[in-house]
Design a protein around this ligand. Structure first.
Ligand code: FES
Ligand SMILES: [Fe+2]
Length: 464
């Protein structure tokens, strides 16, 4: 039943992702051919990490108060005075384009008696900041500007009463903040991301759609539902992902590559039942599965594969739609689900047809729910400037993603992905087992996040 390989060395039967990529008509760029994995252990992960209020409160202070996290995209801040309010747990941060080339961030709290300065999360515009309580005001760069009845505050000066600065850096068109006054530079956390994404510049993307939904599970359980393709067979009734590749590039960055349009009957033999493999799917049937992408082609010429036909079809159709020459883009980038994760809670997809970014964060102070931001980041045409980004579409905790028409076929998929979460969060609390069990390979990215989380919780990562 269990093979004799060393722990972590066993893999699905059938062709690997590298086999598929090397066999593609249009070859994949170098970063997609890399693979990096090491066995990280096989102990259970305590359920209390997902359910305990004490653990949650410690995360607020030691993770959300100290980790780099993306607050918004640069395209939210195109003009001087554009602001974005980002709320995380109890914290709130104002991000502002304070000058043509400068983006700054401040705690969203008045230096008089502490009042929140900007009320609503999300985009806004401000010529300067004014507290709604007694009217203290600050310039866009956080400098204290005006104090009504100044005579009563001789003890107030810029050094102590300018807005409280928050570290702010940019990468890939995202604006990151870090609340920790002693934050190490963002570059120290990005691992391979700058090198890999030099091939897939996210700066040249625009937000086509932003959907925000509250989910009924702890933020870690919710994001972990998106970190493996092991669930595809049962949750999505889909024949793909059984031989996905999982990479761990360091403490902060991991990846999966999950081929689309290339289904391994050998790998599916490890799952119950005959569906999808007996008889094996024909190339024509595979192309029918891929028709959800809006393909123009309905036939696979003899000697061709559905994967090659679909990639070529998308290159042509999307290239025309966006005014971009996609002729040199690899089949893998055109089709596959390629997902990078950055600790603690951010996902970046370099793919062209599966071009998402995700963020999972605590929902205020509720340990049992979280907020899932989903962005579709489409490539910009060659000479195109970033348009104004769309407002997020907010979907209620009990609503279906299918209410968002622009998600098209993905709406039902996100319903499936998030449909298990409430039952999982409840199951954590009724189990007699101490924790959840992870696969050594397919779920190793989840374990890596928990290991880095431990370093933050102990202070080992963030303090010298
Ligand atoms: S609390 Fe902000 S001006 Fe008084
Ligand atoms: Fe899924």
């Amino acid at each position: 039943m269990v093979d004799s390989k060393a722990r972590g060395e066993a893999r699905a039967s059938g062709p690997t992702v590298a086999d598929t990529l090397l066999g593609d008509r249009c070859p994949a760029p170098k970063p997609l051919l890399e693979s990096r994995y090491e066995f990280l252990g096989d102990e259970d992960i305590p359920f209390s990490r997902y359910t305990s209020r004490a653990f949650f409160e410690q995360e607020i202070e030691r993770v959300w108060g100290r980790a780099w996290q993306w607050a918004c995209r640069e395209e939210h801040l195109q003009e001087v005075g554009d602001t974005y309010v980002y709320d995380i747990g109890p914290y709130s941060v104002i991000v502002v384009r304070s000058a043509q080339d400068t983006i700054k961030a401040f705690l969203n709290s008045c230096t008089h008696r502490g009042t929140r300065i900007l009320a609503a999360e999300g985009s806004g515009y401000s010529g300067g900041f004014t507290c709604p309580f007694h009217g203290w005001s600050w310039q866009l760069d956080g400098t204290i500007d005006n104090i009504p009845a100044r005579w009563d505050f001789p003890h107030v000066c810029p050094e102590t009463h300018d807005l409280q600065a928050v570290s702010c850096e940019r990468w890939g068109g995202f604006v990151f903040i870090n609340i920790d006054p002693h934050a190490r530079p963002l570059a120290e956390y990005l691992d391979v991301l700058p090198e890999h994404f030099a091939h897939f510049p996210l700066e040249r993307r625009r937000i086509r759609l932003h959907v925000e939904k509250t989910l009924p599970a702890n933020w870690k359980a919710a994001q972990e539902a998106f970190m493996e393709a092991y669930h595809n067979f049962e949750t999505h009734d889909a024949p793909n992902g059984a031989n996905a590749q999982y990479d761990i590039f360091g403490k902060y960055v991991s990846r999966f590559i999950h081929n689309i349009g290339n289904y391994s009957t050998e790998a599916l033999a490890d799952y119950p039942g005959d569906k999808w493999r007996n008889p094996p799917l024909t190339e024509h049937e595979i192309l029918q599965i891929l028709s959800v992408f809006g393909l123009r082609h309905e036939e696979v010429p003899k000697g061709e594969t559905a994967r090659a036909v679909a990639a070529a079809d998308l290159r042509e159709r999307l290239g025309e739609q966006w005014g971009l020459d996609l002729s040199g883009v690899s089949d893998s980038l055109m089709l596959d689900s390629i997902e990078y994760h950055l600790f603690p809670n951010m996902f970046f997809f370099p793919g062209i047809n599966i071009p998402m970014a995700y963020r999972f964060r605590p929902n205020g102070d509720d340990v049992d729910s979280c907020i899932f931001d989903l962005m579709i980041l489409e490539p910009l045409g060659d000479a195109q400037q970033h348009p104004e980004p769309p407002e997020p579409v907010r979907v209620g905790i009990d609503e279906s993603y299918t209410v968002v028409e622009d998600l098209a076929w993905l709406g039902a998929v996100y319903d499936e992905d998030t449909g298990n979460l409430q039952m999982q969060q409840q199951g954590f609390k009724t189990s007699r087992k101490a924790g959840l069990t992870l696969g050594n390979y397919q779920e190793a990215r989840i374990r890596r996040v928990h290991m880095t989380l431990d370093e933050f919780m102990s202070g080992a990562d963030t303090r010298n």
